[in-house]
Design a protein around this ligand. Structure first.
Ligand code: GLU
Length: 427
């Protein structure tokens, strides 16, 4: 095996020839890992082709009597190691390509954590804030009904993602169950607790960001107490991570959300923000500070918004020493190189935000056994699994003198492609 990388152009039906997208970011990440895969590199093309992608039309009758059509997707990127696993996103920018990338990152993430799952993702192109509760329920149920032929507790298990939550999972579980003719709680995770949901699931992704951040800070000799934290994104992931960092004595000095940015050297009270209905704008944040956010002197930068936020230009500007990827795909490949050249440590999404899917796994196991664990037990198991996974990844990165991201891909791709090889091609 030589170190030459064979680049495969993404199939044109998925992406335009020169259009930058999360899928092309993902393909580049796969190219970067290929030289380290030895004999398994033979199978690497597997990772560049989603196994199955479904596009669905979702017509719903709006409250004013009009019929509107929405476009939805479910992509199963790889199922070599087990059923598909991954969230469902409701957002106006959802596309097939984005869903493909998000599904692929789930394949890497579940393998990096050694969970017995493949990777999948779904989404509907919609601004859920523009829908009434009744319309949102109809949209969710019709989407579930359309994808019900490819999901199931042993086939593919959706979960919450951007703009979806436990209520939406309850509607998905109910719709699937009504078609099946019995209650199937294991078909989705992230459900309400009394419907078979797991304690600790809501804050699990943020908790995982904190755990991996704590470990990485330890490696850098950085004390969390007094560390200055800048945070992009104050949704489910960002808010939970911010609270845990604040409880550990860190000072959250800058927050950016979709409405603006707030910068305060004295520290922001993240608990008061959690109850502010209009986000950052409600406690004095302003869109005028959005650019200045990237220059704030800080120790830790948490990216917990959407994809492609860390551009090359921002990577040159950031003054953080440690970047934690709470979102999926927030860093572009050229920005990754700049951060590495500047000795800024990046804990990549595929391990940093894996806390959510790990507790989803716990939920799925609890549903199957109908035996439920305490929140302390869940948090302790999550902490242990994440620390063990991160240590293995770090050892691999040190051994090969590669970034933590490529190290995570080496560990994950070895597991996926070994399964691929052992199963063989059939039919
Ligand atoms: N949406 C989350 C993620 O991107 C969780 C997925 C899951 O729990 O299946 O990791």
């Amino acid at each position: 095996m030589t170190n030459t990388i064979e680049r495969t152009a993404p199939p044109l039906s998925y992406t335009g020839p020169s259009e930058p997208s999360s899928w092309t970011t993902y393909l580049e990440q796969v190219d970067r890992v290929t030289p380290y895969l030895k004999g398994l590199a033979r199978w690497v093309e597997t990772l560049k082709h989603p196994k199955r992608a479904m596009i669905v039309d979702i017509p719903i009758e709006m409250d004013d009597g009009r019929v509107r059509h929405f476009e939805g997707f479910r992509v199963q990127h790889n199922l070599s190691r087990g059923p598909g696993k991954g969230g469902v996103r409701f957002h106006p920018h959802v596309t097939l390509q984005e869903t493909m990338a998000l599904a692929a990152w789930m394949t890497i993430k579940t393998a990096a954590m050694d969970l017995p799952f493949g990777g999948a993702k779904g989404g509907v192109r919609v601004n859920p804030q523009s829908l009434t509760q009744n319309e949102l329920e109809k949209l969710t149920r019709r989407y579930t009904s359309e994808i019900s032929i490819i999901i199931g507790p042993q086939k593919d298990i959706p979960a919450p993602d951007v703009n979806t939550n436990a209520q939406i999972m309850a509607w998905m579980m109910d719709t699937y169950s009504m078609h099946a003719g019995f209650t199937s709680s294991g078909v989705v995770t992230g459900k309400p607790v009394h419907l078979g949901g797991s304690l600790g699931r809501v804050k699990a992704t943020g908790r995982g960001v904190f755990v991996t951040g704590r470990e990485a800070a330890g490696r850098l000799g950085m004390d969390i107490t007094g560390a200055r934290v800048a945070l992009q994104g104050f949704g489910n992931v960002g808010s939970a991570a911010a609270e845990l960092f604040a409880s550990a004595g860190a000072k959250v000095i800058a927050i950016q959300d979709q409405w603006g940015s707030l910068i305060d050297e004295r520290g922001i009270d993240v608990r008061s923000l959690a109850s502010a209905t209009s986000g950052i704008a409600g406690i004095g944040g302003s869109p005028n500070l959005n650019d200045a956010f990237w220059d704030v002197p800080c120790d830790i930068l948490i990216l917990a918004a959407l994809e492609s936020q860390m551009t090359a230009e921002r990577a040159r500007r950031t003054r953080a020493k440690l970047v934690l990827e709470g979102a999926n795909g927030p860093t572009l490949p050229d920005a990754d190189d700049i951060l590495a050249d500047r000795d800024i440590l990046v804990v990549p999404d595929v391990i940093c935000n894996a806390g959510g899917v790990t507790v989803s796994y716990f939920e799925w196991v609890q549903d199957f056994s109908s035996f439920f664990w305490s929140e302390d037990e869940i948090n302790a198991r999550l902490d242990k699994l994440m620390v063990e996974s991160l240590r293995k990844i770090w050892a691999c990165a040190d051994r090969n003198k590669i970034s933590l991201r490529t190290g995570t891909y080496v560990i994950a791709c070895e597991r996926i492609l070994a399964a691929r090889q052992e199963r063989g091609l059939y039919p």
